[in-house]
Design a binder for this molecule. Structure first.
Ligand code: PBG
Length: 326
């Protein structure tokens, strides 16, 4: 017999002891379910690269929201899919009155007043260039973009959004949006800033869902380089100073170190976006019988929580809720 005063296995001996000593917990209240809306009625079309995830017209979307709310999901984030004819250089469809997206937000808030409704602020779903900002001579022009994002933010706040999610990575947009909203009396609308959003290959399936891939070039002049960590502290300090209520890291799993770093350095809630490609990988492997999908999902979400994210945007939210209910 070895003489070992400390045997860590004792704390793993029974299920009850394991639960008692569990350091991190994962609950539905942390999850935000992203949903896609498109024109039409009676539409429910599956995103090919995201099995189990659909694009809904407003009528079927409301049914889906009823279902997920009944499962206990308390927060959703809505993204729009627009046809090419609605897109232009200045993304004017994003703040015009009476549009698909803004009407959907109003309707959702009206029918589900207690549901936390998050939005996306960026030009790409509405931009004929497929970029998050305004393009001139092949360049993404920061300050012109920020003004457009401000109009978008105000329109979404008026439509009933609880949390705005600027995903564009332009400089100064959080402060500009905060000021603009406050000036219009929307002091209660929160901002969850995409603080450290990396130029990532893992957004591919999402761009399929929205038909929003950039028409030229890539997003490297505004999204961060996967090689950089300390730069995320600069972004985080700016967003914190500019009034963000949450700091988000995106994608999640390849950037757990960044989540942890922001968590250790800032005293506001940290969020993470478990993006489309992260979802697609687990789904594809599970469909091939190569991994156990549900266990891989739970392990991934737990690791994101453990790294320090309080809120997690994830396409797995409904599946997690179903697993918990069943
Ligand atoms: C665009 C936006 C993207 C995502 C959310 N907002 C893609 C991109 O930057 O090209 C990605 C989400 C996902 O992959 O799940 N503003």
């Amino acid at each position: 017999m070895l003489h070992l005063p400390r045997r860590p296995r004792r704390n793993r001996r029974t299920a009850a002891i394991r639960e008692m000593t569990q350091e991190t917990s994962l609950s539905l209240s942390s999850l935000i379910f992203p949903l896609f809306v498109l024109e039409g009625t009676g539409v429910k079309s599956e995103v090919k690269s995201m099995p189990g995830i659909y694009r809904f017209s407003l009528d079927t979307l409301l049914e889906e929201i009823r279902e997920v709310a009944d499962l206990g999901i308390q927060a959703i984030c809505l993204f729009p899919n627009y046809s090419e004819d609605k897109k232009d250089k200045r993304a004017t469809e994003s703040y015009r009155e009476d549009t698909l997206y803004l009407n959907a937000l109003k309707e959702i808030k009206d029918k589900f007043p207690d549901l936390t409704l998050m939005t996306d602020i960026a030009m790409d779903p509405y931009s004929s260039d497929g970029h998050d900002g305004y393009v001139e001579n092949g360049e993404i022009v920061n300050d012109v973009s920020v003004e457009i994002l401000g109009k978008m933010a105000l329109a979404q706040a008026k439509a009933g959004a609880d949390i705005l999610g600027p995903s564009d990575m332009m400089d100064g947009r959080v402060g500009y949006i905060r000021n603009f909203l406050d000036g219009e009396g929307h002091t209660n609308v929160s901002i969850m800033s995409y603080t450290a959003k990396y130029a990532s290959a893992f957004y591919g399936p999402f761009r399929d869902a929205l038909d929003s891939a950039p028409r030229f070039g890539d997003k490297k002049t505004y999204q961060m380089s996967p090689a950089n960590a300390r730069e995320a502290l600069v972004e985080a300090q700016l967003d914190f100073d500019e009034g963000a209520d949450f700091l988000m890291v995106k994608p999640a799993l390849p950037y757990l170190d960044i989540i942890k770093m922001l968590h250790d350095n800032f005293d506001i809630p940290i969020a993470a976006y478990n993006v489309s490609g992260e979802y697609a990988m687990i789904k594809a492997a599970a469909q091939n019988g190569w991994i156990e999908g549900e266990r891989a999902m739970l392990e991934s979400l737990m690791s994101i929580r453990r790294a320090g994210a309080k809120a997690i945007l994830t396409y797995f939210a409904k599946e997690f809720a179903l697993a918990q209910n069943g």
